[in-house]
Design a protein around this ligand. Structure first.
Ligand code: ADP
Ligand code: ASP
Ligand code: MG
Length: 420
């Protein structure tokens, strides 16, 4: 008998029919003799709707209250799914993150899981029940409800799988697996059969939304195999594991494995900064203290003792960052601050890049030939990322995908459900 953790994302539980079909699949898994722990996301776009409600009532959003609000989305789906299971004769019990002992740090709205005690999950499993856990949430070491950051239900699922030593963590979503690019943007993307943790880590790290970065970190650190698959077609998807890739559709053989796009960041530029020691430290220490994750940083060469510093950071943190950056800018005597939220990061990822010179040059040539202007560049040993205008994102992804021979030759054909 295997222990399977199944995670269902927002589109997979978006309405009563979807919830019923998920319940049927859980019953089917159970009938095959497996123990099942289910992790659910909030229905459809409900987390976005809760965020809009918060914006509608106030400009001030204390972290504690945001988490009290945002954690409710997942509680709705966990109880509805448990009812749907009861309706077809499957004994199930739902729990919040708090109830199953998902202990986190105290950073509201982007808490990190420190430990999972999991007592109640083990008890319920030993009573033969299906356990349904609300994703994306936990309880802090100060005994407050926390949430894990957008996409955090993936992390809940993999962390529970690790804590229970599950055989597999199945991530059910609205595409049929992990592709060489977001199939919604590049329909010619290929589905990858198998990829290694490190490759998936790099893709998630530059913003591929299909798996949350921290879930992949957990999977790698605890060696939990992940199977990303569709809750619409139920076909076999992509295995992410420690095993070496095999076959044509693996991500290891080609120099470039995939193209990743991320439109979730904004660019901030501090203009006319005095060029002297300690300026960057002052700026970025303050952002770090507010738990703001700065991504790319570019400092121009100085002219007349003044320079510009640009960096990218999550749009979601812009409100908090704006205050900090304006304050620091005036403290250090900078001339001003500008923002650009109409940007996107496009990255080429591939382990083979290490030993293949000229990838960045080819990337820039392809973008130039498509008349796409590059705002910022950053590289790692197995990645090249550029920031472009968001209007150019789609054409950048498609043209790079084709130029680096990643096209499958067939347009993506599995159903892409309407996003609610
Ligand atoms: P869920 O609500 O199930 O967690 P998400 O929207 O978070 O779903 O993640 C699934 C989405 O990730 C897909 O609909 C797809 O548009 C996007 N995506 C981005 N990059 C990729 C990729 N390389 N392969 C597959 N899907 C991707
Ligand atoms: N509901 C949360 C979100 O929309 C968590 C998740 O879906 O993984 O980000
Ligand atoms: Mg997700």
């Amino acid at each position: 008998m295997a222990l399977i953790v199944q995670k269902y994302g927002g589109t997979s539980v978006a309405d009563p029919d979807r919830i019923k079909s998920v319940a049927d699949h859980i019953a089917f898994t159970r009938k095959h003799g497996n123990d099942v722990v289910v992790v659910v996301s909030a229905m459809g776009k409900s987390t976005d709707n809760l965020l809009s409600l918060a914006n509608a009532v106030s400009e001030v959003h204390p972290g504690r209250e945001m988490d009290m609000l945002l954690s409710t989305g997942e509680r709705i789906s966990m109880s509805l799914l448990s009812m749907a299971l009861a309706g077809i004769g499957v004994e199930a019990v739902s729990f919040t993150g708090d109830q199953v002992g998902i202990i986190t740090d105290t950073i509201h709205t982007k808490a990190k899981i420190l430990e999972i005690t999991g007592e109640r999950v083990r008890d319920a499993l030993s009573q033969g029940k299906v356990v349904v856990v609300a994703g994306f949430q936990g309880v802090s070491t100060s005994n407050e409800i926390t949430t894990l950051g957008r996409g955090g239900s993936d992390t809940t699922a993999v962390a529970i799988a690790a804590a229970l030593n599950a055989d597999v963590c199945e991530i059910y979503t609205d595409v049929t697996g992990v592709f060489s690019a977001d199939p919604r943007i590049a329909p010619q993307a290929r589905k990858l059969t198998r990829l290694q943790f490190d490759e998936m880590l790099e893709m998630a790290g530059v913003g591929s939304k299909v798996l949350a970065l921290r879930s992949v970190e957990f999977a790698r650190n605890h060696n939990v195999p992940i199977h990303v698959r569709s809750s619409f077609t139920w076909e076999h998807g992509t295995w992410v594991s420690a095993e070496k890739s095999q076959g044509e559709s693996s991500m290891e053989e080609p120099i470039i494995s995939g193209v990743v796009n991320d439109a979730s960041e904004s660019k901030v530029t501090v203009v006319g900064v005095p060029d002297r020691p300690g300026i960057s430290a002052a700026l970025f220490e303050n952002l770090a203290n507010a738990n703001i994750n700065v991504d790319m940083i570019v400092q121009n060469t100085s002219k007349d003792g003044l320079t510009d510093i640009s960096f990218t950071m999550p749009k979601a943190d812009m409100k908090v960052a704006e205050e900090i950056v304006s304050r620091v800018a005036s403290e250090i005597g900078a001339q001003g601050v500008t923002h650009d939220s109409e940007i996107a990061k496009v990255s080429l990822v591939g382990a083979g890049m290490k030993t293949s010179p000229g990838i960045a040059a080819k990337m820039f040539r392809v973008l130039a030939d498509n008349n796409i202007n590059i705002h910022m560049i950053s590289t790692s040993t197995i990645r090249v990322s550029v920031v472009v205008s968001s209007a150019d994102m789609e054409s950048a992804v498609k043209s790079l995908h084709t130029a680096f021979d990643l096209d499958s030759g067939t347009a993506y054909s599995a159903p892409l459900p309407e996003r609610k």
